[in-house]
Design a protein around this ligand. Structure first.
Ligand SMILES: [Zn+2]
Length: 166
């Protein structure tokens, strides 16, 4: 088992390892993402993560609660955004669970607006024409609190439809 986390971090169950994941550069070297090397089915635990609690948002944090973030520059912080992500995130148990089938070679993705009230760096998402909430220029991925502001009067906002590119 080869780890992504440094030795100072104790090993734990469902920790991501290099046997199951690879970190790859994306696009024109704008960043990195995590690729699965083994398949996952919906409902499978994909990995659990850890990190350092912080009062600050960084490129590598997820929000635990308003004003409290978990900083993981080793693994979780490199997970890419897709509006129609293949994983759900549970911050209480720090678990990524597959919501769609994941094949070897697929990017492991989450919707940043599932956890983040506000992104460190908002972006216009072009992940795809289907279900891409940021496909129009006006729809930036900024964080879930902006979902409420963007909602039309009477429109029901799905808070779990949502999250981050750096
Ligand atoms: Zn998108």
């Amino acid at each position: 088992m080869t780890r992504f986390y440094p030795e100072a971090v104790p090993s734990f169950e469902h920790e991501p390892t290099r046997e199951r994941f690879d970190i790859k550069a994306i696009g024109d070297n704008v960043g990195e993402g995590v690729v699965a090397l083994t398949p996952f089915s919906p409902g499978d635990i994909v990995f659990r993560f850890t990190g350092f609690y912080s009062a600050e948002i960084t490129l590598f944090t997820l929000q635990v609660e308003p004003g409290l973030y978990l900083h993981d520059p080793f693994f979780m912080g490199k997970i890419l955004h897709r509006c129609d992500a293949n994983c759900d995130v549970d911050m209480a148990t720090r678990t990524f669970t597959a919501r769609l089938p994941i094949a070897p070679g697929d990017w492991v993705t989450m919707n940043y607006e599932q956890t983040e009230d506000e992104l460190f760096r908002p972006f216009t998402c072009v992940c795809g024409p289907v279900k891409c909430e940021g496909f129009t220029a006006e729809r930036q991925i900024r964080g879930r609190r902006f979902l409420q502001e963007n909602a039309e009067p009477g429109e029901r906002v799905e808070p779990m439809r949502r999250r981050r590119t750096r």
